[in-house]
Design a protein around this ligand. Structure first.
Ligand code: ADP
Length: 482
């Protein structure tokens, strides 16, 4: 697999190599041309100098030895060959050769620099010298022979100078070497930088890949380091947030699962008791008790009571599971609360009277409108009143109160019953929690009544408060918007 890192690095290397090489080649050619041009113009100057020197010698009618000595001095000082050529192409002086050897030289009339000088006054050419087997650059200048009539070289027509190119080549080679060195250094820097940069980019991506792999494998504990504030840092941050969210979601799911299985355990336990009793009574009857006039009716009644308990339990269970699954939709409306509470108390009057208990209503004289789901509230307040009747002793008093303050209406239901011990208070709203199990069973409780109350009141955006004192009584209250 080609990694992002190698892709970035290779692209960088490829482009920088191309750019740097191109620059290097251009630079070295430019430098070479510059030096060559400078050398040419120096050599032209030298021909000027020699030209003047010979003109002066002609004017002064200088002796040949003297002129030749001057020429050899210039030649030696400037590491330069000086050649004087006449109009026929014959070499009449050559600084690197003894005069006696001059006749052995070829005719110079067709040498490129001489040909060019004839046409353009000045000519140049670089080539391998046949006489000394070195690369030389030649510059020739056309001169008027008439000016030198009185000199030692009366037929002089061309002054030519030449230097070895090797020195220039050496200098250029040195510069080229430096350029190559610089190119390599730049390349090395670019390679190192691109390696570091690409690693910086690819490392977090590799880590992100690893973490996603971990998540796939169910491990959500690893955190990505957030090293920068850029896009990659943001992605790392988001992935950390995502794993946090997933983790808490999974924890939530696990908790729900625990609650669900606990609930299921409780439910089967709750169902088993009445079914077991029901079966027991029916079996006893089948075993012969059905013919025993003294007990048969009592046993049938007991079986009936357990069946009723099962019925109530199932209704409550269905109710609470509908509420908890969110299946039960609330329908909120404004309704009048005073008449509503009066009616509710009346509905329970018969049950209260059976225990010689009485209701007291503390309701305002005027109509009070509250906001809520009337039917659900009837169920919730009904459960609280039902408990008050069930758990309070005969002849107890149950008070239903409605108080208004600002934009809230507070409903409370109090009894002067046995009260609830403080240690139980925080738990009575839990499903199946009962302070006194046998007592609850005896009065037909399912342990779900207050759990349903809590759900309904919380769905109204409110909370149920409970105050209780042993042997003094219990008060449940909550507020509604009005
Ligand atoms: P249950 O079906 O057992 O009544 P609830 O959820 O309605 O279940 O109530 C939980 C427990 O709270 C009851 O078992 C009872 O012990 C206690 N309780 C509720 N209301 C009162 C009350 N008015 N006085 C005393 N105890 C109460």
């Amino acid at each position: 697999m080609r990694t992002i890192q190698s892709k970035i690095t290779l692209t960088y290397i490829f482009f920088s190599l191309a750019v740097v090489t191109l620059l290097g080649v251009l630079l070295s050619f430019e430098i070479e041309r510059y030096f060559y041009d400078r050398l040419l113009s120096n050599l032209q100057t030298e021909t000027d100098v020699i030209h003047s020197l010979l003109k002066e010698a002609s004017v002064k009618k200088e002796a040949k030895e003297h002129t030749v000595a001057n020429l050899s001095a210039i030649s030696a000082a400037a590491h330069m060959r000086i050649t004087l050529i006449d109009s026929t192409g014959k070499v009449i002086y050559e600084s690197s050769l003894a005069d006696s050897l001059l006749p052995t030289l070829e005719n110079h009339l067709q040498r490129p620099e001489v040909v060019q000088a004839r046409r353009e006054k000045i000519g140049s050419n670089a080539r391998l010298s046949k006489s000394i087997a070195h690369n030389l650059i030649y510059v020739a200048r056309f001169v008027e022979p008439a000016l030198f009539r009185n000199s030692s070289f009366p037929l002089l027509n061309y002054v030519r100078v030449a230097v070895e190119l090797s020195e220039l080549d050496q200098a250029i080679d040195e510069i080229r070497l430096k350029i190559i060195g610089a190119v390599l250094a730049v390349l090395a820097t670019i390679i190192a930088t691109s390696y570091i940069v690409s690693k910086r980019i690819s490392r977090p991506l590799v880590e992100i890949g690893e973490i996603i792999n971990d998540i796939k494998g169910g491990n959500l504990d690893r955190k990505l380091p957030v090293r920068s504030k850029d896009e990659i840092g943001r992605v790392a941050e988001l992935i950390n947030e995502l794993t946090d969210k997933l983790k808490s979601d999974i924890e939530q799911l696990k908790k729900l699962e625990r609650v669900r299985s606990e609930f299921l355990g409780n439910v089967s336990h709750e169902l088993r008791t009445p079914i077991f009793s029901l079966k027991g009574f029916l079996e006893t009857l089948l075993d012969g008790a059905i013919n025993d006039q003294a007990v048969n009716r009592k046993f049938v009644e007991k079986a009936y009571n357990h069946a009723s308990r099962l019925d109530i339990l199932l209704s409550d269970l269905i109710e609470i599971s509908r509420i908890e699954s969110g299946e039960m939709k609330m329908s909120f409306r404004y309704f009048e609360a005073v008449a509503f509470l009066r009616q509710l108390a009346e509905d329970y009057t018969e049950a209260a009277l059976r225990k010689h208990q009485q209701f007291i209503l503390h309701l305002p004289e005027v109509e009070i409108t509250v906001f809520g789901d009337k039917e659900r509230l009837r169920q919730a307040i009904g459960n609280i009143i039902d408990n008050a009747i069930k758990y309070s002793q005969p002849e107890a008093t149950i008070a239903v109160t409605l108080k208004v303050q600002d934009d809230l209406a507070t409903i409370s239901i109090s009894d002067d019953g046995p009260g609830i011990e403080p240690e139980h208070l925080p738990r009575i709203f839990e499903r199946f929690y009962r302070v006194d199990k046998p007592r609850s069973r005896e009065v037909g409780g399912t342990g779900l009544g207050l759990a349903i109350v809590k759900h309904i009141i919380e769905a109204h955006g409110s909370k149920v408060a409970v105050h209780s004192e042993i042997n003094k009584g219990t008060t449940f209250s909550f507020s509604l918007k009005r």
